[in-house]
Structures are given as structure tokens and as C-alpha cells.
Design a protein around this ligand. Sequence first.
Ligand SMILES: [Ca+2]
Length: 97
Amino acid sequence: MKNNKTLATAVAITLLGSTLCHAESRVDKIKRQFTTIDLDKSGAITLEEFTFGSKTPDAAGGQFAKIDTDQDGVIIFEEFLASKQNKAPRKQPPAAE
Ligand SMILES: [Ca+2]
């Protein structure tokens, strides 16, 4: 049957597609983090929400200021995404010299 071959091709394309979309799933993951921190789901993270969601509340103010690149007092998803993509995974920042 020709239909079976079409189905097999469709399955293969789907599998290939999910492999190719691996980079996008990283963005999805960041988006999920963003919406988790954005407690009131306003589409922007305030300093209060950021501090609440931070593992290191003492350092949250400084981190927030770094991510809030246009300094309008809230972190939008584009700023959050940029901060995640620019930052290489690193466990601890090096000690100040
Ligand atoms: Ca901002």
C-alpha cells in the first residue's frame, strides 16, 4: 500500500523535526522559567518577583539590574532570554581580585 509508505515518511519527518527543534526546546524551557518567576503573569518580571524567585535573594538586586538592560524596572522575556543565552553555564563567578 502506498499509504503505509506515506505514513512512514511522515513519521520520519516528525522524528527529524523534533531533533532539529532541539534548540527551540531550550527557549521553551527558558520561557517556562520566565512564566514561573512572573507570578502575576503580567508578561514582565518585577524586582519583587525576581527576588522572591531567586535562590540568592541578597544578590537578586544586582542580578536584576544586569538583566534589565533598558532599566525600566521590569524584565521582559526578551531581556530574560538574552541573559540566559549570553551567559555561559558557570557554577560560581570567579572571586573578585
Ligand atoms: Ca526591562
